[in-house]
Design a protein around this ligand. Structure first.
Ligand code: PLP
Length: 371
């Protein structure tokens, strides 16, 4: 039986045509016209003034954190349950990640914990939208305003999702995205920074391009990075962006189909369909095993793999990461919801290339295993 991969991108629009244009015109580096086009179209679609395309979502976070003004000793409040890129960006800027636990239903950062984590050193809140539903941004924005904190929004997983009708990626002083192939739109590798602040935008552009001095190329006042996106990547991105609405519709169809097939399964928690602020977009279709006595996510994932079905484990919490524990960070910190998510959660095949038969087969095999 054919293996069902956890993700398969859909590249059946204008991708080939635009790539051919790059090759025929010779514009393959970051200087080509598709880069600017992607920046403008993506910013416009998200309702932001400035877009800065970069080489991946991790780079987007690294530049965004510096551009938001995070410096040595500054604290940034973020969820423990996220990808390491969020914490490493803060640490590389000299800052200190301060963690919160997650909400047991939405799996996003528990916004009720933010206020207690604020100290004199707190400079920003990093809100990371996880898997399908946004962080409660109204609460984050209120706390940030009352405490004069910057908001860094990581919208990598929720391209095109909305919070109370407003686009995710439009909330941060600076907001970031990833265009890795499992994202709603892909450029192979790639990322984007969005902001309405001209100074932040200019700083990100400079950081992305080695901080060349505007007045004299090859002279530098500051150390930057080469985070540039190529015209080839941007060409794919422009073609993908043309079909974002269709992709979102497809993600929701996949989510709905899994929901219908799995909703009777008392052994698992399936994603929340909607809250009063958003309808789930199912970037990935995550499930959480309810009873540890019946085994953890690793065991079920292994059995699914034996039946030809690809899965991915949930994130591994920041406070348990060996790389941080070895540095003495997050000692005696416990975030039980994040720990449970990482031990009991995993996601099913949910890429845009998935078809109905594959969903049916995945759900059937899963049901057999868990019951
Ligand atoms: C929430 C979040 N932020 C950042 C990233 C990093 O993006 P990239 O893999 O493009 O570096 C990811 C990765 O997939 C992510 O899920």
């Amino acid at each position: 039986m054919k293996f069902i991969p956890v993700n398969e991108p859909l590249l059946d629009g204008n991708e080939k045509r635009y790539l051919q244009e790059c090759i025929e015109s010779g514009w393959i580096s970051s200087e080509g016209p598709f880069v600017r086009m992607l920046e403008e179209k993506f910013a416009e679609r998200t309702g932001r003034k400035f877009g800065i395309a970069v080489c991946n979502g991790t780079a987007a976070l690294e530049a965004a954190v510096i551009a938001a003004g995070i410096k040595k000793g500054d604290e940034v409040i973020m969820p423990s349950f996220t990808i390491i890129s969020c914490a490493s960006a803060v640490i590389r800027a000299g800052g200190i990640p301060v963690l919160t636990d997650s909400d047991p239903l939405t799996w996003n950062m528990n916004t009720d914990e933010i206020r207690n984590k604020i100290t004199k050193k707190t400079k920003a809140i990093m809100a990371v939208h996880i898997y399908g539903l946004p962080v409660e941004m109204d609460k984050v924005l209120k706390i940030a305003e009352e405490n004069n904190l910057k908001v860094i929004e990581d919208a990598a997983e929720l391209i095109g999702q909305k919070f109370r009708g407003r686009q995710c990626g439009s909330f941060g002083d600076v907001s970031t995205f990833s265009f890795y192939p499992n994202k709603h739109i892909t450029t192979g590798e790639g990322g984007m920074i969005l902001t309405d602040d001209e100074d932040i935008a200019e700083r990100c552009r400079s950081l992305r391009n080695l901080c060349f001095k505007a007045s004299r190329r090859f002279e530098h006042d500051e150390l930057g990075f080469n985070f540039r996106m190529t015209n080839l990547q941007a060409a794919v991105g422009v073609a993908q962006l043309e079909r974002l609405d269709k992709f979102i519709e497809k993600k929701r169809q996949i989510g709905k189909m899994y929901n219908d097939l799995l909703k009777e399964q008392i052994e698992i928690q399936i994603p929340v369909v909607e809250t009063d602020y958003s309808e789930n977009i199912y970037w990935v279709y995550g499930i959480l095993l309810k009873n540890k006595k019946n085994g953890n996510a690793d065991i079920v994932m292994k059995q699914l793999a034996e039946r030809g079905i690809g899965t991915r484990p949930f994130f591994y919490p920041m406070h348990l990461q060996p790389v941080f524990r070895n540095k003495g960070m997050f000692k005696n910190e416990f975030y039980p919801v994040s720990e449970n998510l990482s031990e009991m959660g995993f996601y099913l095949p949910s890429g845009l290339g998935l078809n109905e038969d594959q969903i049916l087969r995945t759900a059937e095999e899963l049901k057999k295993i868990i019951s």
